[in-house]
Write a protein that binds this ligand. Sequence first.
Ligand SMILES: Cc1ncc(COP(=O)(O)O)c(C=O)c1O
Length: 481
Amino acid sequence: MNIKLANGKEIPVETHKARMVQKINLAPAERRLKAIEEAGYNTFQLKTKDIFLDMLTDSGTNAMSDKQIAGFITTDDAYAGSMTFYEFADAVKDILGYQYVMNVHQGRAAEHLIAKVFIKSGDVVPTNYHFTTTKVHIELPGAECLEIYIDEALNTKSTHPFKGSMDPQKLKDCIKKYGKDKIAFVRMEATANLLGGQPFSMANYKEIMKIAKDNGLLTVLDGSLICENAYLIKQREKGYENKTVAEIVKEMCSIVDLFYMSGRKNTSVRGGCLATNRKDLFDKIKDWLPVYEGFYTYGGMSQREVGMMAVGMREMVDLEVAGSAIEQVKYFVNRLDEIGIPVVTPPGGLACHIDARKFAPHIPKEEYIAGALTAALYIASGVRSMERGTISTERAKDGSEVFADLELTRIAVPRRVYTISQIEYAIDRIHWLSKHRDLIKGLKFIEEPPVLRFFIGKLAALDNWGAKLCEAFKKDFGPSL
Ligand SMILES: Cc1ncc(COP(=O)(O)O)c(C=O)c1O
């Protein structure tokens, strides 16, 4: 909840208290340098013992509520027919408004099943923006992912409230160009992750759904971050100020054919689901569920996680839960913006994003600008963030590099995990790094897997810049920090 202070400033104040904590360790700069070298300058490859603030992702790293943990204890463990699954299905009915639901082990498993059933070679999938795993699942069967975002989407310094919207004219052009038989479905991602966690407006979403329906096209909503999108609609869209997050979420769900989500974000558990009110669609997908995920009353999740997800589903639409990360992200972004750090604005959901091209304009685009900044931030702070730029983009079929639309260092804010003083620490070190930006140089691949290389690829620092940055840090802060 945002609270106004006597000095007129607003700060996010937590509406929960920590009743269980985990010790974290600030390894000194020399150790951080060694750790990032061992990790091939890829923050995914770090071990958590070397990490101070783990801001890699908000996926599977959120704090659960006491009621969720209680749900873990009262689980009905059964391979088939577990009552815990039916409790989950009831929560889906109540919160999302869907009659038919299946669990999957995480969001990309839903993407896999949707691609398996609805995509054929030569198809196209228009989307407001891709997510890494979504794009791979669209391309594996031989289809193409068409990004038809609005022009403002790639402007990192913007005041546009809904940069995650889809361009309706581009969708109409796409239907004209490819014909409806070649369009597998129209995909909207609630809070477009790779655009910097930017929401779409309800007006835009409704317009896109209408164009799709008028043309007989299947519609799919990736609701992994649906509550953040709903929260930002409430804050920014006229006519929605007095609606609850729950009402907005239900409205979004009511006008799309097929919904899926990673449960790792909004519901704070390790799982996911796929839901719809169309039995014909559900039945087609359900046939494949036992092949890839398991029996339909657990779908690749442990029954305990299903129970916790049922509680998380009901809690996620609470205004204060939905806004818990967003308000911290807003604080983080605004503070960095004030001190001249090039961050993605307006603040969105899930993370604070630094525009690495602006932060380190001296690094050539072939040398993975956001990857270098992400590694540099770790050396300077022990804060683990994630590269969301060219390393996170697949190469073209001929093996040539595809340069990302945006080069972002994404500093995620897991829900209900970190405090403002920890965020202030990160801000301070980013500020320090900005004054030493010239020391950051590029990276080159030394091990590059053929798909989703950002997960396990390894890189090296050109000109050994990591060691020089570490030396500069020790000069200012001493050897123990
Ligand atoms: C928008 C979006 N869609 C899909 C996924 C994939 O979900 P998962 O990581 O659970 O497989 C993610 C994960 O971060 C996401 O942010």
